[in-house]
Ligand binder design. Sequence first.
Ligand SMILES: *Cc1c(COP(=O)(O)O)cnc(C)c1O
Length: 380
Amino acid sequence: MNNKVVYTPGPTNVRENVRLARVQQATNPDIDNDFFHFYKNTCDKIASILNTKNDVYILSGEGILGLEAACASLTEKGDRVLVIDNGIFGNGFADFVTMYGGEAVYFSSDYTKDININELKCFLEKDNDFKYATIVHCDTPTGVLNNLREICPILKSHGILTVVDSVAAMMGENIDVDEWRIDVALGGSQKSISAPPGLTIVSVSEDAKKSMISRKSKIVGFYCNLLIWVDYYTNKSFPYTMPINDILGLDKAIDNIIEEGVKNVLERHEKIAIAIRNAIKDYGLELFLDKGYSNTVTAVKIPEEIGALKLTNYMLEKYNTLIATSLGQYIDKILRIGHMGENARLENIVYVLNIIDRSLSELGFKSNGRLVDLFNNYYK
Ligand SMILES: *Cc1c(COP(=O)(O)O)cnc(C)c1O
């Protein structure tokens, strides 16, 4: 299991100081007031990066927990929910909606581009009777980035609450929770934040809280009930024992981002992503997307005669390097370069591009040049 080079779009590489932060001697997180302050402080730092005054909580469970918790807490039997679907995660939200008794109504569009604002506007003019809408910020299997700055305020203008899965974007792409009017924003520890998997980050607006409190029926379940968090700090009581060592690691990862400067972190992602996209095209491969590129992951079409699975298996066996294909219908078609968080660093990217280039060439692909050279033409 050890010493592989991992370049997947999450989990990402974890810096040594984050790994070390996790091995500290820990206190009892249920009764030690110092831990309540520490936890709150970590949440406050995250809130400032997300540009929000909303409550932020860290839940014990991988990113999917947040998606389910948002749907569990907001959905009552028969509620109509708009599921904005231009990717595999976007589509999958419908499962959580229906699981809790809601009626999922899709607004679906082509998976090769971001959501078209005008088409969404037209759709909403005819039908806008939705309690909330779900949308994915960066849909990781294809790397499409949706324009939340435009989309969420439009939804809110129709009285629709907004639930955003930003697990793969948060802290690699800008997110302005308050200005963009996001009611529930969801993140995970293992993507651009570059801490190990296991934690969900969730911000909850007053509108969302009100909607949860004024339900006619009780929220089903306990772990997925976001209301159990609301008074934790006033009451100095967590709903369950917090995974303190995971949170020590997350806090350090957040400090790393703050220390580098959020603006610098976002710029680092952007510079690397632009150079990779251009280099891939010059090299002779096609990007999966026509538009709406996220700066956290790049989906590259792999020629059929090679196949993405054969390529990734080859890279693992020959070069001990783990790079992901995609999910579902794209599993053998797309190679995904995960350049988020600690992965978005020049020294590592150059290494990985070299491995991709060598492997493709050894599998018979005829390129227009060396991928690293092409990358260097754009990386300034
Ligand atoms: C990673 C990710 C999640 C979390 O899900 P896992 O598949 O369990 O890692 C949720 N949403 C998006 C968009 C993600 O990229």
